[in-house]
Design a protein around this ligand. Structure first.
Ligand code: NAG
Ligand code: NAG
Ligand code: NAG
Length: 959
């Protein structure tokens, strides 16, 4: 939810504020003038100019940074030294450097500024801000993976002028550190994959005193050093210019992915102009960019500065851990013009240039070599996706707003009447009493408990909005406590910061303050948040933070947070800190109630995947926004935050029925599947849509519910090894160059399910790209598609979702439609099997109670299914724990009711039964098998009925 026309109650109030009035006029184009281009951002412009100057001088350019060889030490997997920046013969700046080699195979480069570490600088305007460069981002972001490598060692072969370190698995990685100019080259198996400062763009703007009149004298353009104005706001910049920049090159790599969030293609574009390229760098500065535009490098609500470079046979990556505003330029050059890059695989080098407004250089380098290895290593550092409660992966029904508790109950009843499953209904802003969070509007929501009880009757949930801006009002106890406890963000003068947001005049909770955590927790307790029940969960919106009258719709950069850090230093992790506090609060709502929290966040940074789901913010009901949602969700997945989705139907405006139904057919492939709509739109709950669309939408939602066992298994995998829940083509086929740029089709986990949603109007076929020479089967009618490296035309009439299954898979599903996913808990399973070229198939299933943390103590079922040599078997791949037996007991009655084998051997025509063996004993038994012959390009299939083997048991079915 976001801006646009405010609800009537406070229109009057708002219209008094001229500044805001001009922002809230509805329209359908992003307000470009609200957000900076590179040219309007001092440090962006300076770093680009620095790069241009270096490039213009070509080989005569020499980076003024050198690593003083006398300072280099190597101990316990860590190289330390002092980087010296030469300004003139007499003026040098000392920059302590560490290059750590980690057990995981990652390397970490940290560069700080000596004078600032020592506090030996003066801050202007008498400001109390911290003198250091911000060094606490890792406190919020990093949760592991920092163990130093035990085997990393200096390479005795180092030549003069460089230091070499061997590290990584079997010491196959090598870092070559050149002293002067400073440059680092990372090799794997003797080949260079990543280069730092190879282009000489390394730039640490050191602290310096402001000298009046110096500008004119030295000829240096200081216009953006000491003060910067934008959109009527002036940034006082008490520490002057302090940006950090570095170029990172990927020789031989043609594709780079990652660095969400942008509404752009998965394969990132070049950013320095030219046909089809962007003019501006990709920007990461979490902002409330409502009505955002497509094919753009503009910043959006969240940032993950993790980039992957990919070519045939290799994936490498970098993670730029900096919480300040960050931009990334990308340029691709033909390798022919650069004889230094010797890659057989590709003729292109990709050069990237990263710069942040403040903070340290803190860079992780990953040498892969596969996309999966990157997911794993990055996840070790920043954490894996939380395993959500099961309801959270089902269908969510939201709009701004369900207007009364009776309205909610009616929507609930209508879903049942039309037999459309859903799990969660959402309340946006308007449920509160006068936009005071932790309260209910007494007129429209007089009986929140009755409403939640009604939902609970079908085990459904309620999610309500709680934002970080607190209405500034004396009679509001939350506001009083915020101020009396001193937990609010301060302005540059050290007073409580007051800005405008939904409630009008507001203050912001400062979650950087450890004391904010217990207070925030206390507000969520049932006796404090009266009317809330245990089936209520939380939506943290506007946490960039969005401030209607702030620069670029956010807080002034010179605001001050706990620890005297400037908002500038911490901006991009700000949203994450709120979600962290909410997560903690949800764990502590009631003593003894230990369940997995569910939180949706709009703003995020690396690490948010441990805490919440995200959505792509305020999109629009257009075909373009539908299409853009797929690369956006895929990109979030490969960047380690796969629990992602876009507002189904589009937030702004009214979708045509065709668009809405196609959006549902696409939305069921978002890991986070929620419909949402703006307050000014017409109601569009699925049951309101006329036929045939109502049925089309219901069928799509039911397909999601049918496949929930496969989804939950994919979520489990993401939670243990970081693999995306929906995966792009290159991730599944990393050696197939044809597929690298494909971002409009996706694979669900390891299931072999390949979906290509229709995202164009009036389109009734689609072309699905198939990389390998396995057979692919249409999910619904088993039409066979085969042929590697080609696009295959698949029919896609309005009621059909283009969906194939690759040969070689066993897909678990549940076929009995229910009102909510919780009611499917004890339902039997169906397996769908497709055989590969060798007549074999594999699959897995993960199940647990979907609610508690018992799975951490063995309370789950994890099975591998295999089909080979005419036997389908189920094997236990779990690790036993204290809760295993108890959980297995609850699941004892849950069985397999059907097995469907697509394209079985023709000899099965004459077969009519199979042998069923459970727990080693013949459980009496045979089960019937029926063979169905098909023609005209559709595969035959066979169905085993009621084998009735237990889902938690070892069993075999012999065909
Ligand atoms: C470009 O770099 C040279 C050093 O090689 C320096 O003297 C000059 O001031 C730089 N120009 C600009 C515009 O930064
Ligand atoms: C929340 O942040 C704290 C640091 O303040 C960190 O120790 C903790 O792990 C975070 N919680 C989660 C669930 O990530
Ligand atoms: C099935 O699993 C086995 C053992 O893990 C593996 O060797 C085989 O390649 C897999 N087959 C398919 C089709 O994935």
């Amino acid at each position: 939810m976001a801006r646009s026309r405010p609800a009537s109650r406070w229109t009057l109030l708002l219209s008094l504020v001229v500044l805001i009035a001009c922002i809230v006029v509805p329209g359908l184009a992003v307000k470009h003038e609200n957000f900076k281009t590179c040219d309007q951002s001092g440090f962006c412009k300076r770093n680009r100019a620095y790069a241009d100057n270096a490039s213009a001088q070509g080989s005569s350019w020499s980076s003024p940074y050198e690593l003083d060889p006398a300072t280099i030490h190597f101990k316990d997997g860590q190289l330390t030294g002092v980087l010296v920046k030469t300004i003139s013969d007499t003026e040098k700046v000392y920059l302590p450097l560490t290059l750590s080699f980690l057990e995981s195979g990652a390397a970490r480069l940290l560069v700080d500024e000596e004078r600032r570490l020592k506090g030996d600088i003066e801050i202007r305007h008498g400001s109390k801000v911290n003198k250091k460069r911000y060094d606490e981002a890792e406190k919020w972001v990093i949760v592991g993976g920092l163990d130093a490598s035990k085997s990393a060692a200096l390479d005795g072969q180092s030549e003069t002028g460089s230091t070499k370190v061997l590290y990584g698995p079997e010491d196959k990685f090598e870092a070559i550190i050149r002293h002067s100019p400073f440059e680092v080259e990372f090799q794997r198996d003797g080949q260079t994959h990543v280069q730092l400062n190879h282009q000489g763009f390394l730039n640490m703007e050191h602290w310096r005193p402001k000298v009046e009149g110096k500008d004119e004298e030295s000829g240096e353009d200081e216009s953006t050093w000491w003060e910067e104005s934008f959109g009527g706001n002036t940034d006082s910049k008490p520490r002057g210019p302090e940006s950090v920049g570095l170029d990172i090159s990927f020789p031989g790599y043609n594709h780079v992915f990652g660095i969400p969030e942008h509404a752009d293609s998965l394969s990132l574009k070049e950013t320095r102009g030219g046909s089809g390229n962007h003019e501006n760098p990709y920007r990461m500065y979490n902002s409330d960019v409502f009505e955002y535009e497509l094919d753009s490098p503009m910043t959006l609500y969240g940032s993950i500065p993790f980039m992957q470079a990919h070519r045939k046979g290799s994936s490498v990556g970098v993670f730029w851990l900096n919480a300040a505003e960050t931009w990334v330029d990308i340029v691709k050059k033909s390798a022919a013009s650069n004889p230094l890059s010797m890659s057989a695989a590709s003729k292109t080098n990709t050069h990237t240039h990263w710069f942040s407004e403040a903070g340290r250089i803190d860079l992780f380098i990953f040498l892969g070599p596969t996309p999966q290895a990157l997911s794993k290593t990055y996840g070790e550092l920043t954490g894996y996706t939380q395993l959500p409660q099961h309801f959270a992966i089902a269908y969510h029904q939201c709009r701004w707003n369900y207007v009364t508790d009776e309205d909610v109950k009616e929507v609930d009843a209508k879903f049942d009447k039309y037999q459309i499953p859903y799990d969660v209904i959402w309340l946006d802003l308007e449920y509160t009493d006068d936009r005071k969070y932790f309260t209910w509007d007494p007129l429209t929501f007089p009986d929140p408990k009755g409403m939640q009880e009604k939902l609970d009757a079908s085990e459904r949930k309620l999610v309500v909005l709680i934002d970080p801006h607190i209405k500034n009002k004396d009679d509001y106890y939350v506001s009083k406590e915020l101020n009396s406890k001193g937990l609010a963000v301060q302005n540059k003068d050290g007073e409580v910061y007051d800005g405008w947001c939904w409630p009008g005049s507001s203050n912001w909770i400062d979650c950087f303050n450890p004391a904010a955590f217990p207070w925030w927790s206390s507000l969520h307790k049932y006796d404090k948040f009266k009317g809330s029940m245990s089936n209520l969960f939380i939506w943290n919106d506007m946490n960039e933070p969005s401030v209607f009258n702030g620069p670029e719709t956010t807080m002034p950069k010179d605001n001050i947070h706990y620890g005297n850090w400037e908002h500038r230093d911490v901006h991009n992790v700000n949203g994450l800190t709120l979600v962290n506090a909410t997560y903690q609060a949800m764990l502590e709502r009631k003593k003894g109630e230990i369940r997995r929290p569910f939180i949706l966040t709009r703003s995020y940074y690396s690490g948010a995947q441990r805490l919440a789901a995200m959505w792509t913010g305020d999109n629009q009901a257009t075909w373009g926004h539908l299409a853009a949602s797929l690369p956006m969700v895929l990109n979030n997945g490969i960047a380690g935050f796969p629990f992602a989705g876009a507002d189904v139907g589009g937030f702004f405006n009214n979708p045509e029925k065709e668009l809405l139904s196609r959006w549902y057919q696409a939305g069921i492939w978002y890991p986070f599947f929620r419909a949402h709509a703006h307050i000014d739109t017409r109601r569009r709950e699925p049951y309101l849509i006329s036929e045939p669309y109502r049925t089309i939408i219901s069928q799509a939602i039911r397909l999601r519910y049918q496949l929930l066992p496969a989804w939950y298994t994919a979520f489990h995998e993401a939670s243990v090894n970081g693999t995306p829940i929906v995966r792009p083509q290159y991730y599944v086929f990393p050696d197939d160059e044809e597929g690298f740029a494909i971002d409009d089709q996706l694979y669900l986990g390891d299931t072999g399910l390949l979906a290509k949603p229709v995202v164009q109007e009036n389109t009734f076929t689609t072309d699905i790209y198939i990389a390998d020479d396995e057979k692919y089967y249409d999910y619904f009618d088993f039409t066979v598609y085969q042929g590697a490296g080609k696009r295959h035309t698949v029919p896609a009439p309005e009621d059909k979702i283009p969906l194939l299954i690759q040969g070689g898979h066993i897909v678990p599903r549940r076929d009995r439609p229910r009102r909510s996913s919780a009611l499917m808990r004890w339902d039997p399973y169906t397996f769908v099997i497709t055989l590969d070229k060798n007549g074999e198939a594999n699959g897995t299933l993960y199940v647990d109670d979907g609610e508690t943390f018992d799975y951490e103590r063995g309370g789950y079922i994890h099975r591998r299914f295999q089909y080979r040599e005419s036997v389908l078997s189920s094997e236990d791949i779990s690790t036993k724990g204290a809760k295993t037996a108890e959980y297995l007991k609850t699941m004892a009655g849950v069985t397999v009711e059907r097995v469907i084998i697509i394209d079985p051997p023709a000899s099965w025509k004459d077969k009519n039964s199979v042998t069923v063996i459970e727990d080693g004993a013949k459980a009496g038994s045979t089960a019937s098998l029926e063979y169905f012959e098909q023609k005209g390009g559709k595969a035959s299939y066979a169905v085993v009925k009621s084998p009735n083997v237990g889902i938690g048991k070892n069993w075999r079915i012999e065909f």
